[in-house]
Every structure is written in C-alpha cells, then in structure tokens.
Design a protein around this ligand. Structure first.
Ligand code: NAP
Ligand code: 8YV
Length: 314
C-alpha cells in the first residue's frame, strides 16, 4: 500500500477535526513538537499541504517546497500572507458558509447581553445587591432599535435576518451596495453610526479594514450607542474604544475579538456595566467546528486526488 501523504500543522484547531485528517494523511503537529525545526527538516520535503488556524509563515512555506496548499481552519485568512503564498504557487483555502449561523447566533447573543446588561445583572444578583439596592435600573430596548451592520456579507446577512426577527430597523455599510437586499445602504460609515443605535462589525480583518471603526465612528454612535465586534480585533481602534467607553462617549460594547489575542487589555476589565467580553468563540459549537474541519479535510483530499479545491481564496 502506498504511503499516505504528509501534512504540516503549524498551529492547532479543533482536535476531532485534526484527528479526522489522520484517515487520509500523516499529520505533523509543529505547535506541540519538542523540536519543530527538526520535524520540518525531516519531513518538509514530503509534505503536500499545511492545515492550520491563521498561521503559516513564508519561511515555513520555503521549508516545505512541495506543500502547495494552505488549508486554513477559518473563513478569515487575514493572518496568512496570501501574496507570499501565491508567489510560491501555493493555493489557500478557507471555511466559508458552514459557520454563518453559529457566528450570527453569537453576535445576537452579545448584542442582547450587552444591550440588556444580562452579564452585569447576573453579577448584581450573585453579589447580593438586589435586596440592598432594590432595583437594578433601566436599560435600552433591543426590539425596534436601529442596527447598522458593518460588512453585510455571508455572516452579516445572517445577523441581519436575526435582527429582523427582533423587529429591528436594519442598515448596512459595505464598500459597495448589494443589489439584492432591501436594507438601507450607507456608503459613509460615520453617517450610518450617527443614525443607528447599535453597530455590529463583521468585515474581514487585514490592512483594508484596520481601525475602520475609529474614534469618529464611536463618537457618532454616541453615549447610548452599542458596538458589537465579531469580526477581527484589528477592525476596531482599541485605544479609542477604551477611551470612549471610559468617558461615556460610547454607551457600550460587546467584543468577541481583540487585536492581540489571547491577550485582552486589562483596562477593559475595569469596565463592567456596559461591556461584555467573550474569547473568540463565535464559531465554537462542536458541529460548526467539525463542519469547518471537514472543509479543511475535503480541500486536502481534493489536492491529493488532483481535483479542484472546494473553497480557494487565491
Ligand atoms: P464575506 O462574505 O466576505 O463578507 C465580508 C463583508 O465585508 C462583505 O459584505 C464586504 O463587502 C464587507 N467589507 C469588506 N471589506 C470592507 C471594507 N474595507 N469596508 C467595509 N466593508 C467591507 O465574509 P464572511 O464570511 O461574512 O466573514 C466575515 C469575517 O468575519 C471573516 O473574514 C472573519 O474575519 C470574521 N469572522 C469572525 C469569527 C469569530 O469567531 N469571531 C468567525 C467567523 C468569521 P464589500 O466587498 O462590498 O466591501
Ligand atoms: C476561527 C474565525 O477560525 O472563521 C474565522 O475567521 O475567526 C473563527 O471561526 C476559529 O476561532 C478557529 O479557532
């Protein structure tokens, strides 16, 4: 029987999905190897692909010259240097669509949790404050509020569909208007921020969207406004966000993503009432992570069998 092809895994993803790969390839887990350099020296030449979550440096590409596929576990591939991969004739694939519902669910969960102060109210009950203070206080409603989606793509459209279920008035900002949707389009992000109560950010990361949501946008969203970010930490100016939350220029925020994960600026921990934080878990249900893993698997299988890749990005 012919030896299975080899695949390098520079950074880990959902373990059951990595285990499935062992059915069709021999995997080399660099992130947990005692001496990753030695592993690459030994097997680099015979590897036909990389399977990874957001990590595959050009130096590593050079050390596995026959690995002509980077199968990224995630729809966002901003951390992979596409230009360098393309220059080397390496195809990159991602995991679109299978996570749309899961990410949209969490976006709405964060939106409601932050708008209705669910997390802080839970803390209020647990801390025994209810009998002492009698009332928690009053917050802004979710239903019939105005939401602006920054990045009405595959996931953004699912977020919009859920917002419609909450009777919200929906607008969006993209670089270009979508011909097939009836939501109000704003070519200008500040203008949209001025008009809405809640902004949900779900664009790709990378240079084109770095600090797209800046101080001016946050000030336009205003003291009663809520910012939800499930895109990438780089899309929101973190220093401006901390400043605007601290001095009340922005009403509240809910974040799943941060500029320097897994590190979260400690200043955020001091902000309690109007801030909800999750650790990049928007796609983290078991079935969604497995579906993402199966796309990694199917792309690698297609590469082995010389078939067209399922979800190429370059
Ligand atoms: P998509 O279908 O490509 O949608 C992206 C949307 O963003 C498009 O509507 C695009 O419209 C808009 N956009 C792109 N660049 C923009 C810019 N510079 N300014 C304004 N709008 C811009 O992508 P998707 O599948 O929905 O995924 C979106 C992103 O969500 C991913 O890339 C990833 O970073 C993030 N994500 C996060 C998690 C998580 O765990 N938190 C999970 C999944 C995905 P135009 O092209 O017209 O501008
Ligand atoms: C990650 C994501 O891939 O798909 C994306 O772009 O950000 C997430 O789904 C996931 O967190 C991998 O661990």
């Amino acid at each position: 029987m012919a030896e299975k092809p080899h695949v390098l895994i520079p950074s880990p993803f959902y373990k059951p999905a990595m285990d499935r790969l062992d059915e069709i390839v021999v995997t080399h887990h660099l992130y947990s190897a005692a001496d990753p350099d030695k592993v690459v020296d030994e097997v680099g030449d015979k590897c036909i692909a990389f399977a990874t979550f957001m990590k595959c440096e050009p130096e590593l590409m050079d050390r596995a010259p026959n690995a002509k596929l980077i199968a990224n576990f995630g729809v966002g591939y901003d951390a992979i240097n596409i230009e360098e991969a393309t220059k080397r004739g390496i195809k990159v694939t991602n995991t679109p669509d299978v996570l749309n519902d899961c990410v949209a669910d969490l976006a709405l969960g964060l939106l409601i949790a932050a708008r209705r102060h669910i997390v802080d109210a839970d803390r209020f009950v647990r801390a025994g404050e209810w009998p002492v203070k009698k009332l928690y206080g009053f917050v802004n409603r979710v239903h019939h509020s105005k939401v602006g989606i920054v990045g009405l793509g595959r996931i953004g459209e699912e977020i919009a569909a859920r917002c419609a279920g909450f009777k919200m008035d929906i607008s969006y900002h993209n670089r270009s208007m979508k011909p097939d949707v009836s939501y109000r389009y704003y070519p200008d992000l500040v203008e949209m921020a001025r008009d809405v109560d809640i902004m949900v950010v779900i664009t790709p990361g990378g240079a084109a969207t770095k600090n797209l949501v800046n101080e001016e946008v946050m000030e336009a969203l205003g003291p009663e406004g809520l910012l939800v970010n499930v895109a990438r930490g780089s899309v929101v100016d973190m220093d401006a966000l901390i400043a605007c939350l601290k001095d009340g220029r922005l009403g509240g925020a809910a974040l799943d993503v941060y500029p320097n994960e897994p590190h979260v600026p400690e200043e955020l921990f001091e902000i309690r009432r109007n801030l909800v934080l999750t650790p990049h878990i928007a796609s983290a249900s078991q079935d969604t992570r497995m579906a993402m893993g199966m796309l990694v698997y199917e792309n690698i299988k297609a590469r082995i069998e010389g078939r067209e890749l399922l979800t190429p990005v370059n």
